[in-house]
Design a protein around this ligand. Structure first.
Ligand SMILES: [Zn+2]
Length: 421
């Protein structure tokens, strides 16, 4: 019985580690759970639990949150009994954060630009969608047991983002037996691949879109051939540049759109495309943009260069040629373990991080935060691969510029002077 108690405590601890994002501790803890579980032969929920855990690790919670449209959050709040009313760029709902569904006054606001709720009565605070889910569940159960980790899983499941092959239902947690465990052990090494088999979209949607020359991009130096290799298209309905995302094997796994309507930029310049009423979203951190094009070169050269946005890759190929393209984009400034593993699977020896310049002056607060962030990336991955950084100490770039924005020469200069910590 003591072991069961220990296991329960470890699970809670694992929850906590995942919650604070300490994956190292979380991994250590999951190993401990594994050991104890084998000793006491209790394996009921273990495999499923691990899958949950891995899944949550795979997703960057902020990325996930930011990828959700106001319409999606509206639907969720409707289902949670908020009876929301849509306004322009926000909606207002009953205060389900501290009242039972369908009661409460219309004092809970959701703003799409910040992706935050604000409750103007009891809670009088802002919180995100995960916290709303926690609040509602804890209100219902009258305790505090529902934590962020569960809320992430709930959101993944609700929006059907998690792999459909896995059933997250609670019943399954009770079903497990040795067979499941054995299977689990066999699959242990390929676990990662299983979890991140993303939904593949039908490519025919792209064929119906016009593929004009995107003049603003051409003016910035992106070559027409590169745009056509990237299957860039135009969405006349939403007036946006359509950017298909492929996985390493060339499956269409998502489509993003860069709006050309300035007023819509407050919702984010880049958003999941909605074509014929269907949203083509995907978890960005499960993939590296352009790896389908650059993987052979990366394999040959054993080096990859990671930028933030899709345009980084297109400019890289425009300057250096498709045959020399070793670029990928992580579509954000977070580099997660899964993405590094994708590169390690190609036997890379060096990963060159070429993120946008996130500071105005050397030594300012942003500079310090930025250095810390890059140092964290280094510390996390340098055991596995050489990690170097394009870092503009010489003020060659403007604030928030990508290292490639100021042309080929400056980019090469920054490459040659790249930093090895
Ligand atoms: Zn409230």
């Amino acid at each position: 019985m003591k072991k069961y108690k220990e296991l329960k405590e470890l699970w809670d601890w694992l929850d906590f580690c995942a919650w604070v994002g300490n994956w190292k501790k979380a991994n250590e803890t999951s190993n401990k759970i594994d050991e104890i579980a084998k000793v006491i032969k209790l394996l009921i929920s273990l495999p499923v639990y691990f899958i949950h855990f891995r899944c949550a690790i795979m997703y960057d919670k902020d990325e996930l949150k930011n990828s959700l449209t106001i319409e999606q959050i509206f639907d969720l709040v409707t289902d949670l009994g908020g009876e929301p009313i849509m306004k322009d760029g926000y909606f207002v709902s009953r205060t389900i954060c501290h009242n039972p569904p369908g009661t409460g006054s219309y004092k809970l606001y959701y703003y799409d630009n910040t992706k935050l709720f604000k409750c103007f009565t009891e809670c009088s605070d802002t919180f995100d969608v995960y916290e709303l889910v926690c609040k509602i569940n804890n209100l219902r159960n009258d305790d505090n047991s529902y934590q962020l980790f569960k809320a992430i899983l709930y959101i993944l499941k609700y929006f059907n983002i998690a792999n459909e092959n896995f059933d997250f239902s609670d019943q399954q947690e009770l079903l497990g037996d040795w067979n499941i465990l054995n299977k689990y052990d066999e699959n242990n090494s390929i676990r990662l691949q299983q979890i991140v088999d993303l939904k593949v979209y039908d490519e025919s949607i792209l064929k119906n879109l016009p593929h004009p020359i995107i003049e603003p991009w051409e003016a910035e130096g992106i070559d027409r051939n590169v745009m056509s290799r990237h299957k860039i298209a135009y969405d006349p309905a939403a007036q946006g540049i359509v950017i298909p995302h492929y996985d390493m094997s060339g499956n269409l796994i998502g489509i993003r759109e860069r709006t050309l309507v300035q007023e819509l930029e407050i919702y984010g310049k880049y958003r999941p495309a909605i074509l014929n009423g269907k949203m083509y979203n995907h978890p960005l951190s499960f993939n590296l943009y352009n790896l389908n094009n650059s993987k052979d070169n990366i394999k040959a050269l054993k080096k990859a260069i990671i930028g933030e946005g899709e345009k980084f890759c297109m400019m890289y190929a425009s300057y250096f040629g498709l045959d020399n393209d070793i670029s990928v984009a992580c579509c954000g400034s977070a580099l997660i373990w899964y993405q590094v593993q994708l590169l390690l699977s190609l036997d890379v020896e060096e990963i060159i991080v070429a993120f946008d310049k996130q500071f105005k002056e050397i030594g300012d607060d942003e500079f310090k935060r930025w250095v810390k962030k890059l140092t964290d990336i280094y510390n996390k991955y340098n055991k596995y691969v050489t990690v170097s950084f394009l870092f503009d100490k010489w003020n060659l770039l403007g604030y928030k510029d990508s290292p490639i924005d100021k042309g080929k020469d400056i980019f090469l200069e920054l490459c040659n002077r790249r930093i090895y910590l």
